[in-house]
Design a protein around this ligand. Structure first.
Ligand code: DAT
Ligand code: MG
Length: 138
């Protein structure tokens, strides 16, 4: 099966009108868009999605941030797309994410308790399948 990953354009990316530029980078890299929708996440979906971070100091601010506006959820496909999109996204902290990456080019530290870093990308085959199930159903 072709590798698939879950990409989320987080509320900061949607509010700033960056969805198109983010999708353009995914397409320019040669990956295809298998699924795409805009939605307002529920607390339940976010609790599942971020289960690994429960109890961390940034967990509550992270969930509140993800509830703060619409999200664009995408399933992208292609050989190597899981590490490939992580590479396009850049490292977690947008202040030091490399220029040329989504977070490095468009992100910054706003002095908040949570890093608002524009996108989510699955980090392994197992998390990709789990997360696609959460956002798009099995
Ligand atoms: P990534 O999104 O790069 O996979 P992650 O899964 O470790 O990073 O964390 C999920 C999100 O939580 C991340 O995109 C931003 C926020 N976050 C992570 N670590 C943080 C920290 N130390 N302080 C504030 N927010 C953080
Ligand atoms: Mg992660």
């Amino acid at each position: 099966m072709t590798e698939r990953t879950l990409i989320l354009v987080k509320p900061d990316g949607v509010k700033r009108g960056l969805t198109g530029q983010i999708l353009a980078r995914v397409e320019a890299k040669g990956y295809s868009i298998a699924e795409l929708k805009q939605l307002n996440a529920s607390r339940e979906v976010l609790a599942e999605h971020y289960a690994e971070h429960e109890g961390k100091p940034f967990y509550e601010p992270l969930v509140e941030f993800m509830l703060s506006g619409p999200i664009v959820a995408i399933v992208a496909e292609g050989h190597g797309v899981i590490p490939g999109f992580r590479s396009l996204a850049g490292t977690t902290d947008p202040t030091t994410a490399a220029p040329g990456t989504i977070r490095g080019d468009f992100g910054r530290d706003w002095g908040l308790k949570v890093q608002q870093n524009l996108v989510h990308g699955s980090d392994s085959v197992e998390s990709a399948e789990r997360e696609i199930g959460i956002w798009f159903g099995k």
